[in-house]
Design a protein. Structure first.
Length: 233
């Protein structure tokens, strides 16, 4: 899991950098550019697809060893691709949306710098400095937060897809992990073992597993919880 987090953090930082490149180029010609028009989701989507589909499939195969299947299920990767095409789109939109919101104040500063007489090259350098500061668009801290959130989410999605092949013969349980655990996640853990197809009650949300995008950002970001399963005897 730690190796996946490190690898994905590199991927997402590069994805954010590539996402912003067209904006930096556009600013050289027009400081009034609209980031909502310029910034596109392609690179962020590719990074997340690698995690949820390619890495997730490997997690699914590893997890499947806990259960007796007559043969390896060849449709798990397709199921993960289908999941990503629907639920994953919300994750892409969320990361891109936050990126746009973080960049907007910097663009306001760019106009001020131009009025103060800075050159385009100076303004471009200042913008890149701003967005790389702690808490900024491409900062180490933000990449770490995204990586921790999405790697745990991808692992839970992958194992949930495998467990779905057993369905009615399984029960599931929410297990908290790490420090600074949310009170709502502790309550979900206290639900104990529940039928596989029932949702966990997590605050105001119904979630099928930790990291489920139906939980909203407040229940998903930096979550370290996992879902575990047992067969019904």
């Amino acid at each position: 899991m730690a190796a996946a987090e490190r690898g994905f953090k590199i991927r997402i930082r590069r994805a954010l950098s590539l996402t912003l490149e067209p904006l930096f180029e556009a600013i050289r010609y027009d400081l009034n550019v609209n980031p909502d028009v310029i910034l596109k989701p392609f690179h962020i989507e590719q990074a997340l697809r690698w995690l949820y589909v390619e890495w997730g499939y490997k997690q699914a195969l590893w997890f499947s060893r806990n259960f007796e299947f007559e043969k390896k299920n060849d449709i798990w990767q397709l199921k993960l691709e289908n999941w990503f095409d629907t639920e994953g789109a919300r994750k892409v939109t969320a990361i891109l949306g936050t990126t746009k919101e973080l960049i907007k104040p910097v663009l306001v500063d760019a106009i001020k710098w131009a009025e103060e007489g800075q050159s385009i090259d100076e303004i471009s350098a200042s913008i890149k400095t701003q967005v790389n500061k702690a808490g900024g668009v491409m900062s180490e801290g933000r990449a770490t937060t995204i990586a921790r959130t999405e790697v745990i989410g991808a692992a839970n999605v992958a194992t949930h897809q495998v467990a779905a092949d057993i369905g009615d013969n399984l029960e599931k349980r929410w297990v908290t992990g790490g420090t600074n655990v949310r009170a709502t996640h502790i309550e979900a853990e206290r639900m104990g073992w529940i039928p596989f197809n029932e949702p966990f009650i997590v605050g105001d949300y119904h979630m099928q597993h930790p990291g489920d995008p139906n939980g909203g950002a407040e229940e998903v970001i930096n979550c370290k919880c996992v879902e575990v399963y047992r067969t019904i005897t």
